[in-house]
Design a protein around this ligand. Structure first.
Ligand SMILES: Nc1ncnc2c1ncn2[C@@H]1O[C@H](COP(=O)(O)OP(=O)(O)OP(=O)(O)O)[C@@H](O)[C@H]1O
Length: 319
């Protein structure tokens, strides 16, 4: 099957300064791809180029193709891009308030997103679908009547996720979606993002500087440095056998343990990397990332039955 997103030779410039150079990037159907790199490495500009949301003085060149859209996205005018965004391509940014209308009830905002793109037959169906979407992000029906300011940061980000997924986009782009959230709700929002894209077979491009999050959420990763992609590959491969010196440094500076190191520290019935059941969203990491499981690991299970991480707060089964 052909790629959902295909970025070829993307270069971003401001006046005579090149900020992103010759980036190639693909995301396959249903694939979850991470884009990592230090601050200023060009991750957000790459995403904004795909979304057609670059600031006025910043110019993108190259090619961006999206499945289901029969025109080139680079250089497409705002009229065309507004038909693509929210329908074929959706996004969740760091700050949920920037994506929400403060004067409108959130139920109406979700319903409106479907009505604008005519993916539902009418207002009644849109409201019913909005209630269902709220349920999928674990918010009660009553949330329909809430205004954004009446909700917590985590609840708002779940509304933004419901909005983003409302029209079953082929691709969801998340740029640091949990960075501004309290650590206690970060894991829940990440889990809902993964469940949301898996349920819809949507592809995911996930931007973060947090390697533990990439290991939890993504299957493949691209590493950016100085506006270029310097390394890419399956997450386990890049994180255990980095080829580029910058990736090595990034790993060393993070609190992410390599599979090898972690497996030697985890007692019990944990198999070597690569033997985890295919389709296991969290692979050999629990959703609590390194904080709890690497210091007090407690894994049980076998390759045939799946694995469970027994965290005090909850049990995550990896099947
Ligand atoms: N409008 C602009 N004009 C000039 N330079 C810009 C503009 N926007 C971004 N840049 C520069 O482009 C480079 C890449 O920025 P970008 O926001 O893509 O980085 P990033 O990897 O997403 O970083 P972060 O993780 O901090 O968000 C940075 O050096 C930034 O200062």
């Amino acid at each position: 099957m052909s790629d959902v997103l295909s970025v070829r030779g993307l270069t971003v410039t401001v006046r005579d300064k090149t900020l992103v150079s010759d980036v190639d990037l693909t995301v396959g159907p249903g694939e979850r791809v991470g884009l990592i790199g230090e601050s200023g490495s060009g991750k957000s500009l790459t995403a904004l180029s795909v979304l057609g949301l670059l600031p006025e003085d910043v110019v993108a060149a190259g090619s961006v193709q999206l499945t289901g859209v029969d025109h080139e996205l680079i250089g497409a005018d705002e009229r065309r891009m507004s038909r693509v965004r929210g329908r074929h391509l959706a996004m969740v940014f760091q700050e949920p308030m920037t994506a929400l209308n403060p004067t409108m009830r959130v139920g109406d905002q979700i319903a409106e997103a479907m009505l604008i793109h005519r993916t539902v037959p009418g207002r009644r169906a849109a409201r019913a679908a909005a209630v269902e979407l709220l349920g999928r992000v674990q918010l009660p029906r009553e949330t329909m009547r809430a205004y954004p300011h009446q909700l917590s940061g985590g609840q708002r980000q779940r509304i933004v996720l419901a909005l983003a997924l409302a029209n079953d986009p082929a691709l969801l782009i998340c740029d640091e979606p949990t960075t501004a959230l309290d650590v206690t709700v970060q894991a829940l929002v990440l889990d809902l993002i993964v469940k949301g894209v898996v349920a819809r077979s949507s592809a995911l491009l996930f931007i973060t500087h947090d390697l533990a999050v990439v290991a939890t959420v993504c299957e493949r990763v691209l590493v950016m440095y100085g506006g270029r992609v310097v390394e890419s590959g399956p997450v386990e491969e890049v994180f255990t056998r980095p080829r580029h010196r910058y990736t090595e440094g990034l790993l060393a500076a993070s609190d992410l343990e390599t599979n090898e190191r972690r497996l030697t520290t985890i007692p019990g019935n944990v198999p070597p990397a690569g033997q985890f059941p295919s389709g296991c969203v969290f692979r050999n990491r629990c959703r609590h990332a390194t904080d709890v499981c690497s210091t007090a690991p407690s894994w049980t299970g076998t390759a045939s039955t799946g694995f469970a991480c027994h965290h005090p707060a909850e049990v995550t089964t990896h099947a």
